[in-house]
Design a protein around this ligand. Structure first.
Ligand code: MLT
Length: 395
């Protein structure tokens, strides 16, 4: 019997598990500390009323023989897929149809699971710094030596350049986790053209698209001509509608997308049919309610609340001379730590001296060393309090 030894090539623990461990150790030693959590990007506002009402109705449906639902359809319930098709694509002039949309339990699992349909020998490019799931899942799949890093830094405004060699799979995340920066149309166009020229696949994670307030910025990769021939898009209700604990997202695999003359849409459908049993009826009714007129308004209010928090943090940092990225079109604020620290020593310093939890930039890759991430996902009062505490620190 042999285990998958590729797992031994991973970092010892997942970034957010390591942070949780350090924070609970600190709490044990300092039970009196009033900790403010601006670390993991987890939402804090409750689900909006429209979503809750819809969930209640769905629970009632499950209680009656006539409306009870068993296994959900493989691609997702029609009532939800139709809303996604209309509101996220057709109404925005994008030609994505129902059979290209696959409802799932979230973007984290799908960005990892999608690797099932690609050969192990592929060369993969990821930005550095980046969401650790892209790197870890490729290492698990045996591609440890086949990952190319597209380094981003203050010098290129945390916007990746094209790979300087041929790669097969490229992950892009915009608005970006962790840097909070967004990719404009021209930059995305370069990646789409590159992918079509070299037969590569773009894996476009737009889990944070709901935070884009600037109309000039693309929310979907399919706004870029040619993307349907080279891109898979991942979306999530987690940050959009506060579903981090409910679990729902979707992945778009266009029917035009082929490699080796094989339809990736068919491969993904086959993979999901075998390994995934769909999202619960109650959850899909909850997601559907996000698209109702009231639902959209309520969700937008929550997004604005988090964006305001992000701005509060950004202004606070600015007032003490710290340059930041993100906070606009993104819930994340990314900044360079004061000179005498590295990412983890700043994490410890902030936890011990201000009882604030953030995320060390180096956890997102070596280019993140010396940087730090805070989120706008806390509540407004705690966010203001955190900013006051940071202002009182002496660096
Ligand atoms: C983060 O803090 O980077 C996110 O919450 C991680 C995630 O969405 O899985």
């Amino acid at each position: 019997m042999k285990v998958n030894r590729e797992y031994l090539n991973l970092k010892k623990s997942y970034l957010f598990s390591e942070i949780a461990k350090r924070v609970s150790e600190f709490e044990e030693k300092h039970p009196e500390a009033k900790i403010i959590r601006l670390g993991i990007g987890d939402v804090t506002l409750p689900l909006v009323p429209e979503v809750i009402d819809s969930m209640h109705r769905a629970v009632d449906d499950m209680s009656k023989k006539e409306t009870f639902k068993g296994y959900p359809p493989e691609h997702g319930q029609d009532f939800l897929v139709e809303k996604i098709e209309k509101f996220d694509y057709k109404d925005r002039g994008l030609d994505i149809s129902k059979d290209e949309i696959f409802v799932s339990d979230g973007a984290k699992s799908d960005t990892g699971n999608i690797l099932d349909i690609f050969d192990k020998d592929n060369i993969v490019a990821v930005c550095d710094p980046i969401y650790p799931v892209y790197v870890d899942t490729n290492i698990m799949a045996g591609r440890d030596g086949q990952i190319i890093y597209l380094e981003t830094s203050q010098e290129n405004g945390f916007s990746p350049n094209l790979p300087n060699r041929k790669v097969d799979i490229i992950y892009l995340c915009s608005p970006n986790n962790p840097t909070g920066t967004t990719m404009d149309r021209n930059t995305l166009k370069k990646f789409v053209d590159y992918a079509n020229e070299y037969d590569s696949i773009l894996l476009f994670d737009s889990a944070y698209e709901a935070f884009i307030t600037d109309d000039n910025l693309p929310k979907s990769i399919y706004e870029i001509p040619g993307a349907k021939n080279c891109a898979i898009e991942f979306r999530s209700f987690s940050k959009t509608a506060g579903f981090t604990g409910v679990r729902c997202g979707y992945t778009v695999v266009p029917k035009d997308l082929k490699r080796d003359s094989i339809s990736l849409n068919e491969l993904w459908a086959r993979r999901q049919a075998t390994k995934f049993n769909g999202v619960s009826y109650v959850t899909q009714r909850a997601a559907e309610a996000v698209y109702s007129e009231k639902g959209r308004k309520q969700v937008e209010e929550n997004i604005n609340y988090y964006l305001n928090n992000a701005k509060t943090i950004a202004k606070g940092l600015e007032s003490i001379g710290i340059k930041y990225y993100g906070a606009e079109n993104s819930p994340y604020i990314w900044f360079k730590v004061p000179e005498k620290f590295d990412s983890w020593s700043f994490f410890d310093y902030l936890l011990e001296n201000a009882n604030i939890v953030g995320t060390p930039g180096v956890g997102f890759g070596k280019m993140g060393e010396g940087y730090f991430r805070l989120t706008g996902f806390s509540d407004a009062d705690s966010t203001k309090e955190a900013v006051d505490r940071i202002k009182k620190l002496s660096f």
